[in-house]
Ligand binder design. Structure first.
Ligand code: GSH
Length: 220
């Protein structure tokens, strides 16, 4: 049986879990990553990041690669559109959400601590995040899903990315990127009503609460 090593608060993991739920896949075990976040996990996956998909004799790293692999192994229901053009649009949105939104917010997390903040670093990363969010305005089609009126891999990446925008960017003391992106804001309000999105959002919020609890205890 395949195993997906993932964590509640990991947005990259949430992206793959949302795909697994959307496809109704039941023969992949969701498991905590052994040795993570310490270097011990590098014995399982050399990149030492989650998610990682354990095939038994090989471990696949990188959420985008895992998602594409699962799409090939479990083609139904298809989450990558029905034409080459639609696939290109889905992949573009997923990359914007991943590289320009999630990754920049992730890199900026240490800048949430005011006492050690570098404003230059904070401004660079939040500026790039806001630029990524504004770019999405062009690609979302207003159907309630990212594209095509049905759930695709683009939604699986956007939901955790926008969770980070809503819950992590306020710690950077910068304007809300969604203020300049009304279409993305409308999408975000609508997609949260989707049961699959709601399911991963429950997990992400649970992870965030656990993390905040740990930080309070460490500070006490
Ligand atoms: N590009 C990677 C990013 C994965 C990633 O950075 N995951 C975080 C958790 S959300 C992680 O494992 N961090 C551990 C570390 O930075 O050492 C992907 O798409 O899977």
């Amino acid at each position: 049986m395949m195993k997906l090593y993932s964590g509640d608060l990991s947005p990259y993991s949430a992206k793959v879990r949302m795909q697994i739920y959307a496809k109704g896949i039941e023969d992949i075990e969701l498991a905590p990553p052994p040795g993570f976040p310490q270097a011990g996990f590098s014995k399982v996956s050399p990149i030492a990041r989650i998610p990682a998909l354990d095939l038994g004799d090989e471990v696949i790293a990188e959420s985008e690669v895992i998602s594409e692999y699962l799409e090939e192994v479990y083609p139904t229901p298809p989450l990558l559109g029905t034409s080459p053009r639609e696939r290109a649009r889905i992949r573009t949105i997923s990359r914007i959400a991943d590289i320009y939104v999630m990754n920049n917010i992730f890199m900026c997390i240490p800048q949430g601590r005011r006492s050690t903040r570098s404003e230059a670093v904070r401004d660079l990363l939040t500026g790039q995040t806001a630029r990524g969010v504004r770019t999405l305005e062009h690609y979302l089609d207003g159907s309630g899903f990212a594209v095509g009126g049905a759930l695709t891999l683009a939604d699986c990446t956007l939901v955790p990315a926008l969770f980070l925008v809503e819950n992590v960017t306020p710690t950077f003391d910068v304007p809300d990127p969604l203020q300049e992106a009304p279409k993305v804001g409308a999408y975000w309000r609508q997609i949260q009503e989707n049961p699959l999105a709601a399911r991963v959002l429950v997990e992400l919020h649970r992870g965030l609460e656990e993390r905040q609890d740990l930080m309070r205890k460490a500070g006490a």
